[in-house]
Design a protein around this ligand. Sequence first.
Ligand code: FES
Length: 107
Amino acid sequence: MPKVTLIAHDGTRRELDIPSGWSLMEGAVQNDVSGIVAECGGGCACATCHVVVDPNWLAKLPAPSATELDLLECTAVPRQANSRLSCQIKLSADLDGLIVQLPERQT
Ligand code: FES
């Protein structure tokens, strides 16, 4: 089961074991991670599941879709070059060890 480290805005780190095939957003919500809101439930329509991916991991993720790129312009905290929507990150063994930061707020 891939292990993911989420770093909250205050620096608090949390490690989650998330089943392969789940999105990062699903894993965060199921584990009550407060920094992920996910208003649309994973439909790539709300931008409240924004995460900033550790630069060392960015190249391991599939490229974002046009819809995700559009939505990344609507995040509550301005996106960074390595921002992604966590509902669009599907976990697999290749992403074991993934590290992401949570923005200060999602809404
Ligand atoms: S949960 Fe709404 S865009 Fe990701």
